[in-house]
Design a protein around this ligand. Structure first.
Ligand SMILES: Nc1nc2c(c(=O)[nH]1)N[C@H]1C(S)=C(S)[C@@H](COP(=O)(O)OP(=O)(O)OC[C@H]3O[C@@H](n4cnc5c(=O)[nH]c(N)nc54)[C@H](O)[C@@H]3O)O[C@H]1N2
Ligand SMILES: Nc1nc2c(c(=O)[nH]1)N[C@H]1C(S)=C(S)[C@@H](COP(=O)(O)OP(=O)(O)OC[C@H]3O[C@@H](n4cnc5c(=O)[nH]c(N)nc54)[C@H](O)[C@@H]3O)O[C@H]1N2
Ligand code: SF4
Ligand SMILES: [Mo]
Length: 686
């Protein structure tokens, strides 16, 4: 422990990263510098504990390669060569270029952002106002969660479910499509508490993750077969009559039809599809049907396949069948984010569109959109300018050869707001230095717990770095947008995120967090926020769109074993010490992860003459990626795991796993299908 002088101050904040845990931070500041960062012990979901990544946050914050001044491109497009310019020069020129494009058709301008920070101010406030006022194209932000999120909305009525802390009281916990130890650490504490109290933990994941290692059972199904598994569980619940008939009768919609559907899925059929022993399915069904309370921690890992929405819907039906919702430790949780009464209209001001209806571009098809594909452009003009912030699309978007080619277009005006010179930043015409969480105001909700957190700046921005909201305010001024809302400062924006009275501001200011008032067992008496008020096994809203109103198993676009040329299924889940592509440039974390690698089962490796540690070529018709092979018990036969998401320029051949993934979309929610991807792997000679 280092001790600090008495003049050190403690500043309360929030972890900004795209992680369900949304930890409360305490930063120790001395002489204007952040010298220590810890989890706030007074915030129950954080419990004073941070993950390895963010406990290294000061290393990221003080990183010698942080961007600290505005830069203008000085080399060929994509070369990553820049020269310093002043903020005034940069902003004046950007405003001039955007104004010229807007005179023609503002839809030629596309914002591209995701959850580099989850903050409502730096992520979805002044930026949205700016683009709404301009009339720019709208962005469909699908890259992560829309398949599962919309599935929850159709079934349960929103991104709602169990409270995280009550998993500790469950007697059976299914950890489904989640490597919780790596990516939801603060949930894992509750799962362990449950286990200590006698609960059984079952992990459902193609990869034998560190989480699977610590569970009582692991069902290593083939990617994209979760819908079949869920339907077979229903089959067993029905034939053994492990059903809560009263709950079903009172609080569900479409039971007879679902029953008929599920009876088509005996465990033997699902076992074939899932590539697992039939006894595992029978055992899981018996455990789920007879253990009370039973809780399901569902995560987004299972919905990045063609049938991801249907699979999430099937799983979301399970708790109602056994009446699990009656108990506060029963039910399912994918995301809690739908619980927060955020005043998005106040923050984003869609009224500034003033009746215009710009076309919408799906961020998961950015490669096709930049290539001029008519469908991806949704009938609108070519994209002639792109403004990227809080995201690194060249590394994280699917089919990256197309994405990189799009960003390399000479005629594309590209502005990137970033903390570091990422793969995307390399393609900028203007690269603008962004402040970090310890330097700006923000306010946060969560997709794991149900507390609101306030993030106060602890230190001044490094160099000339500025907040996203500042940049869009300054651009608005130069564009002549004179509505009063363009003058709102960052701290004022924090206050606009919730309607007056919706949260306890005094608590937020004093403690740094405020808890929403929440029922303990939200659906014990039904009252789902669906149109019918019931758990909708059958969704009339889906049927009205010509989509099957009942959940089903939809095979992958690229099912395992369906191609002779590309016989292996590849998934590319998060690496424990990175957060998407953030932290890849933090040396201490990168040295733990080593280098880009693909985990392969011993049988698949032997059949290809691949030795542990050999360099391999992973390829399919979309591209190839060279990396190291790790012959690993974490990979099941037929499936390889390429842990993500590396910066392309830090890989061995300037690519990453997304060179192989496709731009096809999910059944529900228009989401990406990163884990629906066939490849071949071959040893590289020499
Ligand atoms: N350390 C770390 N934490 C993170 C992230 C990170 O990159 N690193 N990412 C953050 C983000 S953006 C998100 S969205 C959240 C949630 O992020 P998720 O992407 O859900 O991450 P994981 O919890 O690792 O769960 C993914 C798991 O799903 C498994 N999986 C892959 N395909 C299938 C399938 O078809 N079926 C099933 N059942 N499982 C499958 C993978 O093997 C993996 O173990 O986590 C966040 N937290
Ligand atoms: N193959 C494969 N691809 C995937 C996934 C996968 O599992 N496999 N996961 C997908 C998922 S779930 C997600 S959510 C996406 C995530 O994709 P992204 O949302 O693009 O996430 P990051 O790669 O972390 O990039 C975020 C960037 O925002 C920057 N940033 C952070 N804070 C600020 C700020 O305040 N201002 C500005 N201007 N910049 C900031 C960071 O420096 C970082 O470079 O990737 C997806 N891609
Ligand atoms: S990344 Fe997640 S676990 Fe780590 S500090 Fe942030 S919120 Fe907490
Ligand atoms: Mo995500």
């Amino acid at each position: 422990m280092t001790s600090h002088a008495p003049d050190a101050t403690l500043v309360r904040g929030a972890c900004p990263h795209d992680c369900p845990d949304t930890c409360a931070l305490l930063t120790t500041v001395q002489d204007g510098r952040a010298v220590k960062l810890q989890g706030n012990p007074d915030h129950p979901p954080t419990g004073g504990v941070l993950c390895t990544k963010v406990s290294r946050y000061i290393e990221r914050h003080d990183h010698p390669e942080r961007l600290v001044q505005p830069l203008r491109r000085s080399g060929p497009k994509g070369s990553g060569r820049f020269e310093p310019v002043s903020w005034d020069e940069a902003l004046d020129d950007i405003a001039r270029r955007l104004r010229a494009l807007a005179q023609d058709d503002p839809q030629a301008v596309l914002p591209y952002s995701y959850a580099g920070t989850m903050g409502l101010v730096q992520g979805e406030s002044m930026d949205r106002r700016f683009f709404h006022r301009l009339g720019a194209s709208l962005l469909d932000r699908t890259i992560c969660a829309t398949a599962g999120g919309e599935a929850m909305a159709y079934t349960l009525g929103g991104k709602v479910g169990m409270r995280m802390e009550f998993f500790a009281e469950a007697k059976l916990v299914l950890i489904w499509g989640s490597n919780s130890i790596a990516s939801n650490l603060h949930f894992w504490r509750h799962a362990q508490a449950a286990r200590r109290a006698g609960a059984r933990l079952v992990c459902i994941d193609p990869r034998r993750t560190e989480t699977a290692d610590k569970c009582d059972a692991h069902i290593a199904l083939l990617p994209g077969t979760d819908g079949a598994l869920a339907l077979a569980l229903m089959h067993e619940l029905i034939v053994h009559d492990w059903l809560d008939h009263d709950y079903i009768a009172q609080h569900t919609l479409g039971w007879e039809a679902l029953r008929e559907r599920a009876l088509q899925w005996p465990p033997e059929r699902a076992a074939q599809v899932c590539g697992v022993p039939v006894q595992q399915i029978r055992d899981l069904a018996q455990a789920y049907g007879t253990t009370k309370p039973a809780a399901i921690r569902l995560n987004y890992g299972m919905q990045r396949v063609r049938g991801g929405g249907n699979a999430a819907r099937a799983i979301a039906c399970l708790p109602a069948l056994v009446g699990a919702w009656r108990h506060r430790a029963g039910g399912v949780l994918l995301s809690s984010s739908g619980q927060f009464p955020v005043d998005r209209a106040a923050l984003q001001r869609p009224d500034l569109l003033a009746g215009r209806q710009p076309r919408t571009i799906n961020m998961s098809c950015i490669g096709d959109a930049l290539a001029g594909d008519a469908q991806a452009l949704a009938g609108g003009p070519p994209v002639r300018a792109i403004v990227v912030y809080n995201s690194n699309p060249v590394a994280v978007a699917p089919e990256s050869a197309k994405v990189a080619a799009g960003f390399a277009r000479e005629d594309l005006f590209c502005v990137v707001l970033e903390q570091f010179q990422t793969d995307t930043a390399d393609h900028a015409d203007y690269l603008l230095p962004a402040s970090m969480q310890l330097e700006h105001w923000d306010i946060h909700t969560s997709y794991g717990h149900t507390d609101v957190l306030l993030n106060r700046p602890a230190v001044a921005p490094r160099g000339q770095a500025r907040s996203n909201a500042w940049v869009f305010r300054e651009l608005a001024r130069r564009m002549g947008f004179d509505e009063p809302c363009f003058a709102d400062e960052d701290e004022a924006l924090c206050r606009q995120a919730f309607a007056p009275g919706a949260i306890d501001w005094a608590a937020l200011e004093h403690d740094g967090f405020a808890s929403l008032p929440m029922p303990e067992a939200p659906f014990a008496q039904g009252r789902f926020p669906t149109p019918s008020g019931k758990c909708e096994f059958f969704s009339a809203r889906l049927a009205a769109q010509g989509i099957d109103g009942l959940p089903d198993h939809l095979p992958n676009y690229e099912p395992a074993g369906s191609s002779r040329d590309y016989p292996l299924a590849m998934i590319s889940p998060p690496a424990r010490n990175f957060l998407n592509s953030s932290f890849v440039n933090v040396r201490s974390l990168r040295s733990i992860e080593g280098e880009p690698l693909i985990e392969i089962h011993a049988e698949d490796a032997a059949a290809r003459g691949i030795a542990d540690g050999a360099m391999v070529r992973v390829f399919n018709a979309r591209g190839e990626h060279r990396c190291r092979a790790e012959v690993s018990r974490r990979a099941r036969p037929g499936v390889v795991n390429g842990l993500g998401i590396w910066w392309r320029k830090l890989g061995s051949d300037g690519t990453n796993v997304n060179e192989l993934t496709s731009q096809r979309l999910t059944d529900i929610g228009r989401g990406p299908t990163f884990y629906d991807c066939l490849v071949q792997v071959e040893a590289l000679g020499g």
